[in-house]
Design a protein around this ligand. Structure first.
Ligand code: GDP
Ligand code: ZN
Length: 359
């Protein structure tokens, strides 16, 4: 059997099965490269097409079609062509907003691997890596941490030490040290990244350099020329969705680059899976690991198996996440208000009891 023309873009048997009913209606599948001004660029078996997104722009912002979606498009000959629907998403990257009006924004769909870039040129910021890990897990994608600029670390033993530090902050996640500059580790990373990938990380972490190294010189030239006239031959296929020579595609959108705050409680749990596992052993199921008797988390702190930094980071991310959720979720906001009130009342009652004892 010949290779499907969309295989390079991530098409597989499961997508084909999901698409089968539409194929029977003569509709065409395609991967969304970018969405703008009521239309989107889609790569289809017949090449890049532009189609109207009117039917896939519902009020719920999380259900608006986005880069990475598998679109179901009118057959060639329809003018204008419409995206009729898109196939159910496997994963989705969402940006939470603190704005009361919007409930979040979908940034990319159907991402298999989230590459979290952290630079070895500066002191490692494990908290930052954990935050990106939470975002990645929350999306449904498998994270991989890439420590960039390994050429700036003086010796291999130090690099190995740094990798192992990050490994303790990233249970269940592969951690690689690479140097895009010297080409070290790029082949290993390329082999890991089948399917669809995104690059996350702070500005300056080395994401663009890494992308270029993964893409190879030829593709990089095409990419560099993307905005010259806005209608170059490769424009639509290279702007946001880049085919890797080792197989797989890289999604690179401005929204993903700027992603910051997130709403990812389940993701946080996965980043700190060893803490959540310890908490199973706490005497109280709602243990806050503060001063409760029989707290397994505090016991692990005491015997040195849990680094204090991990617990601090876990709490910080949970707090941050809760604050954000509180801003966007009125129900939780009311609940938190109720708890605060109760705590206040309890606090007052305790004070009064104490005063009573004293007086
Ligand atoms: P981005 O903001 O995450 O896309 O980061 P860039 O790819 O623009 O890289 C930021 C800076 O780090 C640039 O000055 C790069 O030249 C430098 N850089 C990136 N990768 C490497 C590397 O492997 N080794 C060294 N020494 N510098 C690198
Ligand atoms: Zn506890």
């Amino acid at each position: 059997m010949s290779r499907h023309p969309l295989a390079d873009f991530g098409w597989d048997d499961d997508w084909a099965a999901a698409f089968a009913p539409y194929a029977a209606q003569g509709l065409v599948p395609g991967r969304v490269v970018r969405v703008d001004r009521g239309q989107c660029d889609i790569v289809t078996p017949e090449g890049p097409v532009r189609a109207d997104t009117e039917f896939v722009t519902p009020h719920d912002p999380l259900r608006v079609i986005c880069t990475g979606d598998w679109a179901v498009v009118d057959a060639d000959g329809c003018d204008p062509r419409y995206v009729r629907t898109y196939l159910p998403r496997r994963t989705s990257f969402v940006r939470s907003t603190s704005s009361k009006r919007s409930e979040g924004q979908i940034l990319a769909a159907n991402v298999d691997h989230a590459v979290i870039a952290g630079s070895l040129a500066a002191e490692l910021d494990l908290g930052r890596i954990e935050r990106f890990l939470a975002l990645a897990w929350e999306s449904g994608a498998q994270p991989v941490v890439v420590l960039t600029k390994a050429d700036l670390v003086p010796d291999a033993a130090t690099t190995a030490h740094l990798v192992s530090d990050v490994e303790t902050a990233a249970p269940g996640v592969q951690v690689l040290a690479v140097s895009a500059e010297q080409g070290h580790g790029i082949d290993v990373l390329g082999a890991v990244l089948d399917g669809t990938s995104v690059l996350l990380g702070q500005s300056g972490a080395g994401k663009s350099t890494l992308a270029n190294a993964l893409l190879g010189a030829d593709v990089m030239d095409v990419h560099a020329g993307r905005d010259v006239d806005g209608k170059g031959r490769h424009t639509t296929t290279t702007r946001n969705l880049l085919v890797l020579p080792t197989g797989g595609v890289l999604i690179d959108t401005p929204g993903l680059r700027g992603v910051g705050l997130f709403d990812a409680e389940a993701g946080v749990g996965q980043v700190f899976s060893e803490i959540e596992a310890l908490a199973q052993g706490c005497r109280f199921h709602d243990c806050a690991h503060d001063a409760e008797p029989g707290c397994a988390v505090l016991a692990a702190l005491d015997d040195g198996t849990l680094p204090p930094r991990r617990l601090d980071s876990y709490r910080k991310l949970l707090r941050e996440n809760q604050r954000l959720a509180a801003r966007t979720d009125a129900r939780l906001r009311d609940e938190m208000r109720r708890v605060w009130k109760m705590r206040g009342a309890q606090g007052r009652a305790a004070m009064e009891a104490k005063r009573g004892r004293l007086g």
